[in-house]
Design a protein. Structure first.
Length: 267
């Protein structure tokens, strides 16, 4: 049984630009930084390889970053009177981009771990999910213990990489293969260069639907879970984003977006 629910209020995301600019009110052309809300540009950083949270849509011959997180970010930017710009970078570069002042916020299905909280501020968790082990059909993996002697793919800088590093300490002869993009991990898996991968279940289900030669097993939940929005330390935007996300939850808009992007997987 899959568990999906919106958890309290959250924040919105923004960073760098990759040729995608979505006008959502306001006008300025300068990053919000720590200025008063409204009248400028919010830059959102994301790693657009994580459907349905964020991915590059190429239909119609143009490239556009779309997804659950993107819809939330667009709505919040509009409500606060900002224009939104989005940049697609590798996941492990998102927090450094915030710290360097190249983004106002990050939204990328990011889990607010204690280690990350030392470097950035987070919104409340806005969506809950589970982690799965994805492997070729018939691989006989039923739990993390079955990864003994295998090579495991994970995304660099992700909560999955942290989980895998913990498994290395308890699972004999487990080797890790960190990669930048989820689609790269899936290709490595299908080619046989890795034996399994840890991928969030919501994301994994999309790949499983398109690759019937793969299957997955859920990992028992331990430690931090869920997605939150990251900001530079002491950002004045946190409270504003949380306020709008709380309104989205109470109005039912967040549930509508969950159904739109996750369908019956949100049950």
């Amino acid at each position: 049984m899959k568990r999906r629910r919106f958890l309290a209020s959250a924040t919105a995301v923004a960073l760098l630009t990759i040729g995608l600019t979505t006008a959502c009110g306001g006008g300025g052309g300068e990053s919000a930084g720590g200025d008063e809300a409204g009248g400028g540009v919010l830059t959102m950083a994301t790693s657009a390889d994580y459907p349905p949270y964020e991915y590059v849509e190429t239909a119609g011959g143009t490239e556009e970053i779309v997804g659950f997180d993107v819809d939330i970010a667009r709505h919040i930017a509009e409500e606060l009177g900002y224009e939104l710009e989005i940049s697609n970078i590798d996941f492990n570069g998102l927090i450094p981009a915030l710290q360097a002042g190249r983004a106002d916020f990050v939204m990328a299905g990011m889990t607010p771990t204690e280690e990350r909280k030392q470097n950035v501020d987070f919104s409340e968790i806005y969506y809950d999910a589970k982690q799965t082990i994805v492997f070729p059909s018939g691989g006989g993996i039923t739990s993390p213990e079955d990864l003994s002697g295998k090579t495991l793919g994970v995304q660099l800088g992700s909560i999955q990489e942290e989980l895998a590093n913990e498994l290395v300490e308890t699972v004999p002869n487990l080797k890790l293969s960190p990669l930048n993009r989820i689609n790269e991990i899936v290709q490595e898996l299908k080619s046989g260069r890795i034996d399994a991968a840890i991928i969030e279940d919501t994301v994994a289900e999309g790949f499983l639907a398109n690759n019937p030669d793969l299957e997955a097993v859920e990992i028992p939940e331990e430690g931090p879970a869920g997605s939150a929005i990251a900001f530079p330390k002491d950002s004045e935007l946190v409270s504003e984003f949380d306020r709008v996300l709380a309104e989205m939850e109470s109005s039912g808009m967040m549930e509508e977006l969950i159904v739109k992007w996750f369908g019956d997987r949100a049950e």
